[in-house]
Write a protein that binds this ligand. Structure first.
Ligand code: TNX
Length: 539
C-alpha cells in the first residue's frame, strides 16, 4: 500500500468510527439481535480459522464499500460485491464514494502485504460492529474473501421495529488460505455443446465456492468446438453435430474471449483442452490428411472411445497443431494448455510417446505449461508439464518421478458424470456410483500414494455423453461440485462429513435463487427455502 492510500484508509476508518459514534443512540435501538456465532455459519469451503466474537455488523442502507484504489482489481472486487448485495437484499451499496451522508458501517477491501497472508489467494476478515475489513495480497484473494462475505449475508433482514432493514453479519475473525493452488471443474462441450450463457452460469456457481479454474474439453471425436481461423473446416464440419445427432455448435474466438473475460472477472482461469492424438475424429473428418487410423473418417454421433488417432509421423499434423496451439494460446491468458492424450488405443505406443514429446515443445513455444491426462507420464517430458490423474496410478507416479505436478481427478471419486446411484437420471457408472458422501469422503492429500508436494490441486470433470442442457449439467454437478470445492480448499483436519452435510443442506436457498436444478440427494436434509428464482433472478 502506498503512503497516501494508507493515510486515506485511516481517514475513512476514522470517519466511520466518528459517524458510528454520532449514531450510536439510534443503532442501539435497532441492533437488538440475538447472540451470533460466526463459527456456526454455513460456509463452504470451510475456512482455515474462525474466531467468533458474538456481535453483529449491520449491513443496511447506511453501509458503504471502500477499496484500495491503487491496487489493481480491488475496486472491481468491491463493485462485484455491491452487485451481489443488491441482488440479495436490494440495497444500493456505494463503492468508493467520498461523501456519503449518514454513513454508519463500512466494508473495506484492502490490499495488504502482511506476511500473515500466506499466498496470493489468502485473505483475512475482521468483522466488528462497525466495519468489515477484508485484507489480501491480491485482487484474487479479495475476490475469494467476498465470497465469504456473500455467504455470511442472511437471506432475510432482521425483523426490527425500525423502518430500515438490517442484514446482520456475525462478528469475529476469519483467517483463510486455500490448501491447493489449482481448484477446478471441467466441462465437456464436445460430446454435447453448451452455450456461452450456460458456461457463464456454471462459472457463477463455481466462483461462489471459490473455484479458480474451469477446464473446457473443447474437442473430441464427436465435435470440434473452438474456431481456428487458419483451419476453418474444423468448426464448419467438425462442429456440425454432437452425440445423438443434434446440431452441435462451436464458440467463435470472440465468444471464447467473452467466456475468458467473464471468468477473469471471477478470478477464474480457463484451461483449454484440445484432445489428441486420440479423440480426434471430428478434426480428421474436417481434414482427412490428419487421420492416422487408416479408415475414411465420418461424423460420429455415438459414445464409444478409442478408435481415432492422428497420423503421428506426418509433419503436416504438427504444422496443424502449431496453428491450433498458436491461435488458442493467443486468446488464453491463463498459463495452461491441455493436450488431452487419453485413451489413444489405436496409436502405437512409440508413436504416442513421440507425439506427446513433440507437442510439448509446441505448447512451450507458445509459453504455456502443458497438461495432459495421466497417459502422458509414459513420455519423456519436462518437470514443468502436469499430469492429470484420472485412472492410472502407475502413470501418475511415473510423472511424479519426473518431478511433475499432478492434478487429482480420479474417476472413482471425482468424476461428475458418474451416476449417484442406480436410480440416477443421467450419467454413466463405468468407474463407480458416486453418491454425495462418497464424492466428499476421500483425501486427495493421500490418494493412491501420490505425494502431497506433487499435487497441484483437484479437478472435478463433467463429461457430457449423457447430458445435453444446463438442467442436466446441474443435476450431475450439484451438489457434488460443492463438496469438491472443500476438498481442494480446506485442510483435511477441517473436513468432516457430518459437519459438511449440515452446511450443504443450507445451500438450498442459494441454489434455488440461482435456479439450479441440483440433485436432491436423500442423504441431505435440505433446508426449505421460500425464495425461488422467479422472485429473485440472481444472487
Ligand atoms: C473417460 S476420462 C474419458 C472420456 C469419457 C469419460 C466418461 C478420460 C480422460 N477419458 O473420454 O468421456 O471417460 O466418463
Amino acid at each position: 500500500m502506498t503512503k497516501s492510500s494508507l493515510i486515506k484508509s485511516f481517514l475513512i476508518l476514522f470517519t466511520i468510527i466518528t459517524f458510528s459514534a454520532c449514531t450510536a443512540e439510534k443503532k442501539k435501538r435497532v441492533l437488538n439481535f440475538a447472540k451470533t456465532d460466526l463459527a456456526a455459519e454455513h460456509l463452504i469451503p470451510k475456512p482455515l480459522k474462525i474466531i467468533p466474537t458474538h456481535g453483529g455488523f449491520a449491513l443496511d442502507e447506511f453501509t458503504a464499500i471502500y477499496t484500495s484504489e491503487n491496487a489493481a482489481g480491488f475496486e472491481e472486487v468491491g463493485k462485484f460485491l455491491a452487485q451481489k448485495i443488491k441482488a440479495k437484499t436490494d440495497l444500493d451499496v456505494q463503492v468508493n464514494v467520498d461523501e456519503i451522508p449518514n454513513l454508519e458501517t463500512v466494508i473495506y477491501i484492502n490490499q495488504a502485504d502482511s506476511t500473515d497472508l500466506k499466498g496470493p489467494e489468502a485473505y483475512q476478515l475482521y468483522i466488528t460492529q462497525d466495519s468489515v475489513i477484508l485484507n489480501s495480497n491480491t485482487a484474487a484473494g479479495a475476490f475469494r474473501g467476498i465470497q465469504t462475505i456473500r455467504q455470511l449475508i442472511p437471506v432475510t433482514s432482521n425483523n426490527t421495529l425500525a423502518a430500515n432493514k438490517i442484514w446482520t453479519i456475525p462478528t469475529g475473525k476469519i483467517i483463510d488460505n486455500p490448501q491447493f493452488e489449482y481448484r477446478g471443474a471441467m466441462l465437456d462441450v464436445a460430446r454435447h455443446f453448451f452455450s456461452v450463457e450456460d458456461v457463464k452460469k456454471f462459472l457463477d456457481l463455481l466462483a461462489y465456492y471459490k473455484y479458480n479454474t474451469l477446464h473446457l474439453h473443447l474437442t473430441d471425436d464427436q465435435g470440434w468446438r473452438i474456431e481456428i481461423k487458419s483451419w476453418p473446416l474444423l468448426t464448419e464440419v467438425g462442429g456440425s453435430t454432437e452425440v445423438g445427432g443434434e446440431a452441435g455448435g462451436f464458440y467463435t474466438q470472440e465468444e471464447y474471449k467473452d467466456i475468458i473475460a467473464y471468468a477473469a472477472e471471477r478470478h477464474i482461469v480457463i484451461v483449454p483442452e484440445v484432445d489428441m492424438p486420440g479423440h480426434t475424429n471430428a478434426a480428421s473428418v474436417s481434414y482427412p490428411i490428419l487421420n492416422g487410423n487408416g479408415k475414411t473418417p465420418r461424423l460420429y454421433e455415438g459414445t464409444q472411445v478409442g478408435k481415432s488417432t492422428f497420423a503421428t509421423r506426418k509433419d503436416t499434423v504438427y504444422a496443424f497443431i502449431d496453428d491450433v496451439v498458436r491461435e488458442i494460446a493467443a486468446i488464453t491468458p491463463g498459463p495452461y494448455f491441455h493436450i488431452g492424450g487419453d485413451e489413444s488405443h489405436v496409436t502405437q505406443k512409440n508413436d504416442y510417446i513421440y507425439f506427446v514429446e513433440r507437442v510439448e515443445k509446441i505448447v512451450q513455444k507458445y509459453d504455456k505449461r502443458m497438461i495432459g491426462w495421466d497417459e502422458i507420464g509414459q513420455a519423456d517430458i519436462d518437470s514443468s508439464s502436469i499430469s492429470h490423474f484420472w485412472s492410472s496410478k502407475k502413470n501418475a507416479l511415473d510423472a511424479v518421478d519426473k518431478g511433475m505436478k499432478v492434478i487429482m481427478s480420479p474417476a472413482k471419486k471425482a468424476y461428475l458424470d458418474m451416476q449417484y446411484d442406480t436410480l440416477s437420471k443421467h450419467g454413466l457408472h463405468w468407474a463407480a456410483y458416486i453418491p454425495t458422501d462418497t464424492a466428499y469422503n476421500w483425501s486427495p492429500e493421500t490418494y493412491e500414494g501420490i505425494p502431497i508436494k506433487n499435487i497441484l490441486g483437484v479437478e472435478a470433470p463433467l463429461w457430457s455423453e449423457t447430458i445435453s442442457n444446463i438442467e442436466e449439467l446441474e443435476y450431475l454437478a450439484f451438489p457434488r461440485a460443492i463438496g469438491y470445492s472443500e476438498l481442494s480448499w480446506s485442510t483435511q483436519e477441517n473436513r468432516d462429513w457430518e459437519n459438511f452435510k449440515v452446511r450443504l443442506a443450507n445451500q438450498a436457498p442459494f441454489l434455488d435463487r440461482m435456479n439450479v436444478k441440483y440433485y436432491p440427494s436423500p442423504l441431505i436434509d435440505w433446508k426449505k427455502s421460500k425464495y425461488s428464482y422467479k422472485e429473485i433472478e440472481k444472487d
